[in-house]
Ligand binder design. Structure first.
Ligand SMILES: C[S@@+](CC[C@H](N)C(=O)[O-])C[C@H]1O[C@@H](n2cnc3c(N)ncnc32)[C@H](O)[C@@H]1O
Length: 392
């Protein structure tokens, strides 16, 4: 999903406000200094918020539980749609529409204004900021919902479950922390709760689909025929990435195959246009031969090193006999030290599944176990990078 950045004139105005607040702090008399400092802090925060990429911030914000709970409540009350078009909606209107008590609406919107998702005007009434706009899209709301109900409870159980497991990293034998908390593995649970599987898949569309790797340019170099397998998107959900690439490159030839578990495909009537579905378990030998690109997006971070090695074991033999084939892994590549809060949050999100985000050294070490190295790390505007692998 393309970002909707705060327009530059608005940022310039916010810089101006910071400068004014800084001058006020500088000149404040002894008795007013704390007020002036808080004002400077507030203006500085507004400026920082305005520089964030709105779609990327949906994920880390979910961990501010007051905000993610408020996002859920506004979804349940079907209020997001009322802010389409950038207009203001008053408390009175919202009370009328939802029949909720006024005090409930006031307190929920207090959280969302403090999180800079809305601007509050006297009335009071509210309009969305750039950071609030992503929630107009159901996929971002789905991601909030999936994390809030399916992932965060397992993270909240970490102090207990880690103590129970003597602070040992999860292994295949001990099961994942999600299983420690809920008695069942996440993917099995989602398979038997298709309503939650649908939310998970929609939530995955919340992330920028494809801007790290220049698909259009690289695919154009391949000189594909209609029958060639251009891309196999392994564990590709319901095909939203392949659909996005098709739409951006409508004249691109070749077959686009999306593989996933049957439960992922069962809940949609058909694959996207010019995309094929193929049921496949990533722990078994890769059946789609002779593809130009094997693509795994947001897969390796879900699994332990041991599981990743098993998954790679299904594809490396093909790479050895198919020199034209490329292996692309799209995931975060953490810095070797000083991870940001956003990167740290992405890492802890993987904890319940027994997975992790990896830094470049950890990626190199992991890939080397399967006889692979890093040819190139492609980066776009998103936190995720695309690791192009090569046989060592
Ligand atoms: C985090 S989602 C990523 C989906 C998609 N690649 C994307 O980027 O949006 C992980 C996917 O792995 C699939 N998955 C989990 N276990 C699998 C398995 N054993 N075989 C195939 N797919 C699996 C899930 O159904 C889900 O669609």
């Amino acid at each position: 999903m393309a970002g909707t950045y705060t327009p530059r004139p608005e940022i310039a105005a916010l810089v101006e406000n910071v400068n004014k607040a800084a001058a006020g702090y500088e000149a404040a008399a002894e008795g007013d200094v704390h007020v002036a400092r808080r004002n400077l802090q507030l203006e500085a925060r507004k400026l920082l918020y305005s520089l964030e990429e709105p779609n990327s911030e949906v994920w880390p914000r979910i961990f501010q539980v007051n905000v993610s709970a408020a996002v859920e409540i506004v979804s349940d009350l079907e209020l997001w749609e009322k802010f389409e078009g950038g207009g203001e909606v008053s408390i009175t209107e919202m009370v009328e529409l939802t029949k909720a008590d006024e005090i409930i609406i006031i307190r929920i919107f207090r959280q969302l204004v403090a999180a800079n998702l809305f601007i509050e005007s006297p009335g009071p009434s509210f309009r969305l900021t750039s950071l609030g706009k992503p929630y107009l899209h159901p996929d971002h709301r789905a991601f909030n919902n999936f994390m809030f109900f399916d992932i965060i409870p397992a993270i909240m159980a970490m102090p207990r479950t880690l103590a129970e497991h003597q602070y040992k990293a999860p292994t295949k034998e001990t099961g994942t922390p999600y299983k420690w908390a809920h008695g069942e593995e996440l993917w099995t649970w989602l398979g038997s709760h298709p309503d939650r599987g649908v939310i998970m898949v929609a939530g995955m569309r919340s992330h920028n689909p494809m801007d790290a790797y220049p698909w259009g340019i690289e695919l154009a170099k391949l000189d594909l025929d209609d029958d060639d397998v251009a891309i196999v998107d392994v564990a590709g959900g319901q095909g939203h990435i392949m659909d996005g690439i098709r739409k951006e490159n409508p004249r691109m030839k070749g077959r686009f195959i999306v593989q996933d578990l049957p439960s992922t495909f069962d809940v949609v009537p058909s694959p996207p246009d010019r995309v094929e579905f193929m049921v496949y378990d990533i722990f078994t030998p890769q059946p789609a031969k002779d593809a130009y690109i094997y693509h795994y997006r947001h897969i390796f971070h879900n699994w332990s090193d041991g599981d990743c090695t098993t998954i790679l074991g299904q594809i490396v033999p093909l790479l050895k006999t198919q020199p034209k084939s490329k292996l692309l892994l799209v995931d975060v590549v953490l810095p070797n030290s000083n991870a940001t809060m956003q990167q740290a949050i992405m890492d802890i999100t993987m904890f319940p599944m027994g997975g992790m985000e990896r830094n470049e050294s950890q990626w190199k070490e992991l890939l080397a176990k399967s006889g692979l190295g890093i040819k190139k790390i492609w980066r776009g505007s998103e936190p995720e990078a695309c690791i192009e692998c090569q046989l060592l």
